[in-house]
Design a protein around this ligand. Structure first.
Ligand SMILES: C[S@@+](CC[C@H](N)C(=O)[O-])C[C@H]1O[C@@H](n2cnc3c(N)ncnc32)[C@H](O)[C@@H]1O
Length: 263
């Protein structure tokens, strides 16, 4: 079964008017979000990381669990499990070393931390507030003895991480909130930290029409754009069709470094 074609442009006036007519109860929350985003953007200028950090601060203050996009406990659990099961199905072993980019409050991370050998999980995030929520998840799940690393970052240059270290790099629902320069920065540096044969999986909002964003929070890309960008940094990239069959709106791409291509 091939993935459904997605051409809807959520930033277009036509879409917004039609959507408002179909969901009048969502107009007030949308206007609140619009005002909040306008205020944050005025304060943070064109700095996307500062902007999104402020968005996460507001969302985490309102609901520390729901801030990663799943307001209900049930959905939080389901989305974490989905990510874990997928990588398990792709051969994740306890001996693997894993980097999770945009680890959030460990919705999936707590599964990985419990499964991997102690010290083998590294989570990085731009939001101090969500990393504090992540520490609470660790304590709630009694995972302290697994000694995960949770690190605040300001960019995706990965400068504090060692060469050739990670077998699996995972970024779920992070590039769906990232403009292209943020993704490009990650592509420019990911090969250095990947172990031989390692891979980097990320999800993104797929469009088969015009690329666009909604309120600088949700970005929609054509798969070809992301694959060509990865290739321009000497990486190989392919769409993960099996992920598209799962109950999740985003698509997934797997990137491998030059060493993996040669083997
Ligand atoms: C929707 S949440 C997903 C969290 C986690 N991956 C999960 O699936 O539960 C997005 C997370 O990515 C983080 N994030 C957004 N942009 C980032 C960036 N450029 N570098 C690192 N983290 C980022 C946010 O702070 C937030 O915690």
């Amino acid at each position: 079964m091939s993935a459904p074609v997605r051409t809807r442009n959520r930033s277009s006036l036509t879409h917004r008017v039609r959507y408002a007519a179909r969901h009048p109860q969502r107009i007030a929350p949308y206007l609140r979000r619009l005002t909040r985003d306008w205020r944050i953007r005025r304060r943070t200028g064109g700095d996307h990381v500062a902007y999104y950090r402020a968005v996460m601060r507001a969302d985490t203050a309102r609901n520390p669990r729901g801030a990663v996009g799943t307001p209900s406990e049930e959905r939080w659990n389901a989305l974490g499990q989905l990510q874990f099961d997928y990588l398990l199905g792709h051969g994740l072993t306890p001996a693997d070393r894993m980097l999770e980019i945009g680890c959030g409050n460990l919705r999936a991370g707590h599964h990985f931390i419990g499964y991997l050998e102690p010290g083998h999980y590294h989570g990085i995030d731009i939001s101090p507030d969500i990393l504090l929520a992540a520490q609470r998840t660790l304590a709630d799940c009694k995972l302290q003895s697994r000694l995960p690393y949770l690190t605040l970052v300001n960019d995706l240059r990965l400068a504090h991480l060692p060469d050739g270290h990670f077998d699996v790099v995972h970024a779920h629902s992070v590039f769906s909130h990232s403009p292209l320069p943020v993704i490009e920065e990650c592509f420019a540096h990911i090969a250095r930290v990947l172990a031989p044969g390692g891979f980097f999986d990320f999800t993104y909002n797929r469009t088969d029409g015009t690329e666009h964003h909604v309120l600088h929070e949700d970005f929609y890309y054509r798969p070809g754009t992301l694959i060509a960008l990865a290739e321009s940094y000497g990486l190989a990239a392919r769409v993960m069709d099996d992920w598209d069959k799962l109950p999740h709106k985003q698509s997934k791409i797997r990137v491998t470094g030059p060493a993996a291509q040669a083997s």
